[in-house]
Unconditional design. Structure first.
Length: 345
């Protein structure tokens, strides 16, 4: 796999057209299984293929059960300067329900050990909406993360993916399915508690202490070009999207034997680009800029969107701040639906 990733870097070295990269995100799967030596090997290959003068943020996704002191100390000798730790919950019953390999004790240890070894920019993933997670339990989860001084919290409602053990158990009636009303209520709790403790709700699912928002993920929401490497990785150049074949075997076969990029590609129409801008911008605190829409898609498009959003402003789900449309707290509960209603087809 490491050899295939390095080969793909070579094949894709012109994708970003010589632009300097300033963030790297190593995620998907379990990259914390890589040793520090293997990570350094990947960084050496990246620096050979892509100009990177001053990287601002290099994030590694990690499972709590992988983060012992020896590994963290070795990790500090690599360029990684930010960890995204898949805590999911500090409650054992939730972790068992989600079939997580780690315990709440391991999560607490991993966070403290990471901080002790010098990683002060930590992002924690938390899941709400699990059956049995009362509002009190959820508040305790949030307060545990706050007391651990997490710089960043990414939080999502539980979703059940097809063909997983959880999906099978729900289909068989062995366990309960998530409840939408519970999830909505706990999302409101999430916003209120984190705002009270000084976290900036800068994207629907993301909260940070001042100056600690995720630079890499923010570039997605602001429409920057990016290159993804590895199985199922997605890339975007401003005009088209491409995505690699899923599965380690097919990916390595195409890269190492056939020496070709194992991807499919679609060119984005004007409507596609407009709809993506609406979807991503409305998810953020920066909102949807009507001046940008006028410049990029035309004055008539901006006027039409303003007309369609009038009802959301009246209902208190959106506010207009000069030429920017921003979702309110109640609007954030309906973010995807509001964006979809504005789509041009």
């Amino acid at each position: 796999m490491l050899e295939a990733l390095q080969q793909e870097m070579t094949l894709q070295k012109d994708y970003l057209k010589g632009a300097t990269i300033d963030t790297i995100y190593i995620g998907g799967g379990t990259p914390s299984l890589l040793s520090s030596e293997e990570l350094l090997q990947l960084f050496d290959a990246l620096y050979l293929c892509f100009p990177a003068q001053e990287l601002k943020e290099i994030t590694l996704e990690a499972n709590p059960d992988d983060l012992n002191l020896a590994y963290l100390r070795a990790l500090r000798q690599t360029p990684v300067n930010r960890l995204s730790i898949g805590v999911q919950s500090f409650r054992e019953a939730d972790l068992r329900y989600m079939h997580r390999a780690h315990t709440a004790t391991q999560a607490d240890y991993a966070i403290k050990a990471a901080q002790d070894t010098g990683f002060d920019n930590l992002s924690l993933d938390l899941i709400y909406g699990t059956p049995g997670l009362s509002d009190t339990h959820w508040i305790n989860n949030l307060k545990t993360a706050i007391n651990l001084k997490a710089a960043h919290i990414s939080s999502y409602a539980l979703t059940v993916e097809p063909r997983t053990a959880l999906a099978h158990q729900i289909a068989k009636g062995i366990t309960k399915a998530p409840d939408n009303e519970q999830s909505a209520g706990q999302f409101e709790i999430l916003m209120a508690v984190l705002e009270e403790h000084g976290y900036d709700h800068y994207e629907i699912s993301n909260f940070s202490l001042p100056g600690k928002h995720a630079l890499h993920n923010t570039s997605y929401w602001q429409g920057a070009s990016y290159l993804g490497l590895g199985p199922s990785a997605h890339s975007y150049d401003g005009n088209s999207r491409q995505w690699n074949v899923a599965g380690n075997g097919p990916y390595m076969q195409r890269i190492l034997k056939d020496r070709e990029i194992p991807c499919e590609r679609e060119m984005l129409s004007v409507n596609d680009r407009l709809n993506e801008y609406l979807m991503t911008s409305l998810r953020t605190k920066w909102g949807c800029d009507l001046n940008y829409i006028t410049q990029t898609f035309g004055e008539d498009t901006a006027k039409n969107i303003l007309k369609m959003t009038h009802i959301y402003v009246e209902n208190g789900q959106m506010r207009q701040d000069n030429q920017v449309l921003i979702l309110t707290t109640s609007g954030k509960l309906l973010a995807d639906g509001i964006a979809a209603a504005l789509f041009r087809v």
